[in-house]
Design a protein around this ligand. Structure first.
Ligand code: ADP
Length: 396
């Protein structure tokens, strides 16, 4: 019998949701509560099979008020007759630390651990927890499940996750590479395997290029290396995040510019990356436009952005001892033909060759028939991974 499962992705001022019929994986309603904490909060949702999106603007005081809007809309639209029909709510949770290598049902002890792990993910874990608490309050009949960004990467070997710091920092504080975007990398690997078969996807690199961005080396279905690290700041150049830099730069800037660690952290997370270099925007579309108009800093920003992606692909081909499939996903990966084209332009040495017409059309498979590596564009679906894991835990 079908079971209704909600998948939730809570941010600091937003809450994305999808209601599924499982195991059919049928989306019944999807929507977004946006500008939580503001007088002009926006609630929008779309019911499957109906042409129009519903959108209202009203004050949305906090996450609980946002969740109340979601439940009222599900009841009001007749999608559910009673709250008890929803048997599970899966929540995206940023950091599972060393504790969670798999998704888990949330009880008081788990909630406490997620809270403790906020030191490792101060921007995300606390707000993920707000989402969980709101559902516990308003939908107490449903079981809450935490689905961690970090879990998929728990298969990385120690040589990939250990930093060359005094070992006590790993032992005492859990300082190591964890990796993020796990649901997305796991999803696109699954889709690639479904279309190409297991044999052609044993050595796969997944490029999740959104506002945040990470690359993952997937060997025989398991993450063996990924570009984000202890936090989601590491690795690639992102919209506003620096990615990897020489760590000595940080104390230098603190001293030279009389900045506090908090100032520096904010600069690295919010004012760096494409935005910091170009001075134009965090959005690839804007930076490409500015580059076209002759802006040299925009051109430089794009060249660094592309170069970093290429470097990780090269490095991860070493981890995988070869490359069979290269996947692009998330906002930029799914929609930006120029980014994909520039990344692949220097990968001929790996046997990557793309068909520019297919690339421009955002086709599923954009490699040429002669390309030794299959190059795929796969729209990510993190919510589906959340719903599947939630069903596994609450549906038994
Ligand atoms: P997030 O990382 O916040 O989850 P997404 O994966 O949806 O977000 O990616 C959002 C980003 O995708 C935007 O900031 C924008 O830079 C980029 N993007 C969306 N569409 C395009 C496009 N057509 N060309 C280039 N970049 C795009």
């Amino acid at each position: 019998m079908s079971k209704k499962i909600l998948a939730i992705n809570a941010g600091s001022s937003s809450l994305k949701f999808k209601l599924y019929n499982m195991p059919e994986e049928e989306v019944l309603v999807s929507g977004l509560v946006d500008r939580i904490g503001h007088q002009d909060g926006v609630f929008s949702y779309k019911i499957a099979g109906q042409p129009d999106k519903h959108e209202t603007t009203q004050p949305i005081e906090d996450h609980t008020a946002g969740v109340q809007l979601v439940i009222d809309a599900l009841l009001g639209s007749g999608t559910i007759q009673d709250k008890s029909e929803i048997i599970g709510v899966g929540h995206r949770v940023s950091h599972g630390g060393r504790y969670y290598t798999q998704s888990v049902e949330v009880d008081d002890a788990v909630a406490k651990k997620i809270d403790e792990l906020s030191v490792l993910s101060p921007l995300h874990n606390p707000v993920n927890l707000l989402g969980i608490e709101a559902f516990e309050k308003l939908l107490p009949e449903a079981k809450d499940v935490a689905v961690f960004d970090t879990s998929f990467h728990s298969t990385m070997p120690a040589k990939a996750y250990t930093y060359a710091l005094p070992y006590k920092f790993y032992e005492e504080d859990g300082i190591r590479r964890y990796g993020f975007h796990g649901q997305s990398h796991q999803y696109v690997y699954g889709e690639a395997k479904r279309h190409l078969g297991e044999k052609a996807t044993n050595k796969l690199i997944s490029c999740h290029l959104g506002n945040g961005a990470s690359i993952c080396a997937v060997k025989n279905g398991k993450s063996v290396n990924t570009s984000m690290g202890f936090t989601p700041l590491a690795g690639l150049v992102m919209g506003t995040r620096s990615g990897d830099i020489d760590p000595e730069i940080l104390p230098f800037i603190e001293e030279e510019h009389n900045m506090s660690p908090e100032d520096v952290r904010s600069m690295l997370n919010h004012d760096s990356g494409l935005k910091g270099i170009s001075g134009v925007s965090n959005d690839v579309r804007d930076v490409l436009e500015a580059e076209k108009a002759g802006n040299d800093r925009a051109k430089l920003a794009m060249s660094i952005y592309i170069h970093q992606i290429q470097q990780f692909i090269g490095a991860y081909t070493t981890d995988l001892e070869g490359l069979e499939t290269l996947v692009f996903t998330a906002g930029v990966g799914e929609h930006s033909a120029p980014v994909r084209s520039r990344v692949c332009a220097n990968l001929g040495y790996l046997g990557v060759e793309i068909d520019e017409d297919k690339n421009l059309a955002n086709d599923f498979e954009i490699s040429t028939p002669n390309s030794r590596v299959k190059v795929l564009v796969i729209p990510t679906d993190e919510e589906l991974i959340i719903a599947r894991d939630t069903l596994k835990i609450v549906g038994a």
